[in-house]
Design a binder for this molecule. Structure first.
Ligand code: HEM
Length: 462
């Protein structure tokens, strides 16, 4: 009944029934949150009570029976694993250390664009998906994969999102689960086998190399934690694989999806494109490529990224939260084990918080810089670019770097045009229809565009 774009259907329902609604999803009670004020109640005031995650067959399979971070219940184990990832991979110190990886991979992306057939359009999403996955694999596993292997990773991630987002009858009517009427359990087992094989290989390579001179990465740290017999938490081999898979799942699709939406907005709004490229010319100059250290001065580009995530959040609902006990929120009794769906797509377009809410106006974030919207998100909960509360995204800094840096490179190194512009001789109307796969929200029709080099200095990358 909610159709293919449930965030839109639920936003429409909330206009009628209010920003806090309850729904029955089979035997489960769910509440839907659609305004910043109500989101604050769940993600700040009562954050701890709603920091659990509802289990499903897909989350069980993909998380190695909840041994990961994203799907594991709120617990000391979750806190410990999240802290390990932050310390070794996602906080400022490792991010600074791994800057060379992001710069090398961005150059590799530009090289692959230069070497492609320049008369043919390129898929922006496919181009930047390899960038994002390559960065995460090198930072987390210290392993460089070929383009073909990266594409295999990306199709595994797509299948994971499809399964995570599928309506699985067995989750709602448990006595039918064994029949696997939709064949989803079979697909989950097959997918689990593939990614287990890949992750086992990564772990075995680390165990075999045992070379103290090699850079220490997240896998080494997790292996060391698993060897501690009297540690407070049992970090098992499954924990290592669950956490590594989370890193891939968290960053491989979100960042490329955001870049594809941002490029689409720039291509259909020539003044936005001009402003972006003028800023790059002013700050970086046409004599060299962008460096990561240029990003803090690219303030319009940063605003474009925030505006993109406001209108097109990587997931239109935050990950599902679950109440750990019965409680009272704003006078409503909310039972134990209630699923909470925060519609961040609707919140980002809330007319009380945003003027001209449906339109792409990056300048609004330049006016708000340093006030409500800062690196930690929006204090007013008016846009939840990376979620909120205890379960907010731990990869915010890395995700933002990949999106800003990837977008800056594409726009600084090349001018872009849409394929049909060549035929019509005028700007083509871009199809901005969304497609929801159950978790993330990408474009229904991929963005294809034709690059022409803008910088002379990139010719040497060939
Ligand atoms: C533009 C890029 C990204 C966006 C827009 C994004 C967005 C989000 C959002 C909205 C959530 C859910 C928060 C909630 O439920 O309140 C989340 C969770 C998460 N993200 Fe990200 N993310 C990005 C990049 C990354 C990266 C690069 C990583 C790791 C390499 C990552 C790892 C995670 C993990 C592990 C969680 C689960 C956290 C938990 O349950 O404790 N994300 N992300």
């Amino acid at each position: 009944m909610l159709g293919e774009l449930p965030h839109r259907a639920m936003a429409a329902l909330s206009m009628k029934y209010g920003p806090l609604m309850s729904l029955r999803l089979g035997p489960a009670l769910a509440i839907v949150v659609s305004s910043p004020e109500i989101a604050r109640e769940f993600l700040k005031t009562h954050d701890q009570l709603f920091a659990n995650k509802p289990p499903s067959a897909a989350t069980k399979h993909l998380s190695y029976n909840f041994a990961d971070i994203a799907f594991t219940p709120y617990s000391p184990y979750w806190r410990h694993m999240r802290k390990l990832c932050a310390l070794e991979l996602l906080s400022s110190k490792p991010l600074d250390y791994f800057r060379f990886i992001r710069e090398e991979e961005a150059s590799a992306m530009i090289r692959s664009i230069i070497n492609s057939d320049d008369s043919l359009p390129l898929s922006i999403k496919q181009t930047v998906s390899c960038l994002s996955t390559a960065i995460i694999c090198r930072m987390a596993f210290n392993r460089k994969y070929s383009d073909q292997e990266l594409r295999a990773f990306n199709s595994m991630i797509r299948e994971s999102f499809l399964l995570l987002g599928s309506f699985n009858i067995g989750d709602y009517i448990p006595y039918l689960d064994w029949m696997d009427l939709q064949g989803l359990n079979r697909r989950m087992k097959k997918l689990h086998k593939t990614h287990d094989y890949l992750l086992e290989k990564v772990i075995e390579e680390h165990v075999a190399r045992n070379d103290p001179k090699m850079t220490h990465d997240l896998v080494d740290v997790l292996l060391a934690a698993s060897a501690e017999k009297d540690g407070e938490f049992q970090v098992s081999r499954d924990s290592i694989k669950g956490v590594l898979f989370d890193m891939l799942l968290g960053g491989s699709d979100t960042a490329p999806t955001a870049i594809e939406w941002a490029m689409s907005e720039a291509l259909r709004n020539p003044p936005v494109m001009k402003k972006l490229q003028d800023e790059l010319e002013r700050v970086v100059g046409l004599g060299r490529m962008v460096c990561e250290s240029d990003l803090p001065r690219l303030v319009y580009l940063q605003a474009v990224v925030k505006e993109t995530l406001r209108l097109y959040p990587s997931g239109p609902f935050l990950t599902r939260h679950l109440s750990a006990a019965s409680c009272n929120v704003l006078g409503y009794e909310i039972p134990h084990d209630t699923v909470v769906l925060v519609n961040d797509w609707a919140i980002g377009r809330d007319r009380n918080s945003w003027e001209d809410a449906e339109n792409f106006i990056p300048e609004r974030f330049m006016e708000r810089v340093g006030s409500e919207v800062d690196a930690n998100g929006d204090q007013n909960f008016a846009c939840l670019l990376f979620g909120g509360g205890r379960r907010r995204c731990p990869g915010q800094q890395l995700g933002t770097l990949i999106v800003e840096f990837g977008l800056a490179q594409l726009l600084h190194c090349f001018n872009w045009r849409l394929p049909l512009d060549d035929i019509n001789g005028q700007n083509q109307e871009l199809d901005m229809t969304e497609r929801f796969n159950g978790v993330t929200m990408g474009k229904a029709r991929e963005l294809w565009a034709i690059p022409t080099p803008r910088l002379e200095c990139i010719a040497h990358l060939k």
